[in-house]
Design a protein around this ligand. Structure first.
Ligand code: ZN
Length: 487
């Protein structure tokens, strides 16, 4: 049975999460003080060209912010309240904070987080790594905020990723978080064990409809805002029956399906089941009219995640020689910085036939995939399908935070105009997170999440790299200064 309109039926659990968020937001407003970092003063950002995330731009804009919320936004005619802090941004550019709508907190940007691609667990213990990531979220949070990313969607990880939604919400040192929790997959248990710890699973084998229904209920009760399906195995009747049960249960629970489906027939099957977000691009054939019509009637969000295969190629190559990433503001997390300096310590793998084969495989994949995913992205765009920017950060050499620029540039190279990419990287990301009421565009009553740029991002999306400041919930700070000196 086709499952559609999953957002119409908000379950008790989702409602609870929604109310908790709203309550937090309300308490913040009541207290007149967002957190220990915020201030109750009125801030006025004046003189910049403002891109509001809805597709409009305002020359010589004025944004009035109080208690972390946008009170007024418009042109130079807006009256400036007395006793406000006036910040002159003449010649600068403002967009809403960026949203990376596809990340994985449990992954590191190297193979230690993906031992299924290169098993380095004898050097970096997977259980220890995962405990460290779970207990120390600050480093990734900072990497995101200082890249201008004020919201992230973790679409697959351990159960603790779900808790981060509330933990991060009123933490002005963190982006807003949405999370789906553990993946559901038809990949056999033995393979999934690469990605699970001795104590917890981030991947659940969808062995039966009952297991699927139970997982959806469990995830939703914990507050997940999405059910992530890892792979659509059309030839596996048992899996497809189980997936049908998952889709039905997700609909009943008011949750939504996020599906990794990279072949056209798989993606169509996902849409038949009511998927709301399709990730990773269709990369085997050009999308056809039937697919586009299905995508339209499901009102889906399409996340191309263009750069991840190149990341894998670089990661394997980095075993042979060190690779330097572009990070002028030094925002990368400490673990990634250290790993980048020491990838060649895994040299023992570099000369193996396995790695040589992987390099060849990804070289082929990158060259053949690029053209088809670009054509498909452009087709989806031309047909008015909603598209969101998602990097798949955490995968090898797709680093948390900074990867957002590469992804936007790859989308621009595929033919998406910069002006529309601003919308995809802001409003559409918030829409994917089900948070557009709160942020994603610059409008009166929304949270003051925005970035300040030296160069015009509508001329080239590469100009997003000219970011100088990020504001999250009214807290403004330069991106070239670490939070260690700041908070
Ligand atoms: Zn992913």
């Amino acid at each position: 049975m086709p499952v559609q309109g999953v957002c119409d039926d908000i379950s008790y659990q989702k409602l609870y999460l929604h109310i908790m968020r709203k309550l937090l937001f309300f308490l913040i407003l009541l207290s007149g003080c967002q957190t220990e970092h915020s201030s109750s003063k009125i801030q006025v950002l004046k003189g910049a060209t403002v891109f509001d995330g809805n597709g409009l731009s305002i020359e010589n804009g004025t944004i009035i912010i109080s208690d972390g919320v946008i009170k007024e936004i418009g042109g130079s005619g807006i009256a400036i309240p007395k006793k406000s802090e006036l910040i002159d941004l003449n010649g600068k550019f403002i967009t809403p904070g960026l949203i990376d709508s596809h990340i994985h907190f449990a992954q590191t940007g190297f193979f230690d987080g993906r031992p299924d691609f290169l098993d380095v667990r004898d050097t970096i213990n997977f259980d220890d790594l995962q405990n460290d990531i779970k207990n120390n979220p600050e480093s990734y949070y900072e990497a995101y905020l200082r890249s201008g990313v004020t919201g992230v969607y973790d679409v697959g990880g351990f159960h603790w990723s779900i808790d981060r939604q509330l933990e991060a919400e009123n933490n002005l040192n963190a982006p807003h978080v949405a999370a789906s929790g553990p993946f559901l997959s038809g990949v056999p248990e033995a393979y999934l064990d690469y990605l699970n710890t001795s104590e917890a699973k981030q991947m659940v084998y969808l062995a039966s409809p009952e297991i699927g229904r139970k997982a959806v209920k469990n995830h939703t009760e914990l507050g997940s805002t999405g059910i992530k399906i890892w792979g659509v195995f059309l030839q596996d009747a048992n899996f497809m029956e189980s997936l049908g049960a998952v889709a039905d249960e997700a609909f009943q629970q008011g949750n939504k399906l996020i599906v990794h489906a990279t072949q056209l027939n798989q993606a169509k099957a996902a849409l038949n089941l009511g998927a709301k977000i399709l990730v990773h691009s269709v990369d085997d054939f050009e999308v056809d009219d039937e697919f586009i019509q299905m995508a339209k009637s499901n009102d889906i969000i399409y996340q191309p995640t263009l750069i991840a295969p190149k990341g894998y190629l670089m990661a394997y190559t980095s075993l042979q020689h060190q690779i330097v990433m572009e990070d002028p503001n030094g925002v990368m997390d400490k673990r990634a910085k250290n790993l980048l300096k020491s990838t060649t310590k895994f040299r023992k793998f570099a000369d193996s036939a396995f790695v040589a084969a992987r390099i060849e495989l990804f070289e082929n994949l990158v060259s053949t995939r690029d053209s088809i995913v670009s054509i498909n992205l452009r087709k989806m765009y031309d047909n008015g399908i909603k598209i969101a920017v998602g990097t798949d950060a955490g995968n090898p050499f797709t680093f948390h935070g900074i990867s957002i620029y590469d992804e936007m540039e790859a989308m621009q190279d595929a033919g998406i105009p910069a002006r529309d990419l601003i919308i995809m990287a802001t409003k559409n990301g918030a829409l994917a997170m089900d948070r557009l009421d709160d942020f994603g565009t610059l409008e009166r009553g929304k949270l003051a999440d925005l970035i300040i740029l030296d160069k015009d991002p509508s001329r080239s999306i590469s100009n997003m790299r000219s970011i100088s400041h990020v504001m999250r919930g009214g807290k403004l700070r330069p991106v070239n200064k670490s939070f260690g000196n700041d908070s």
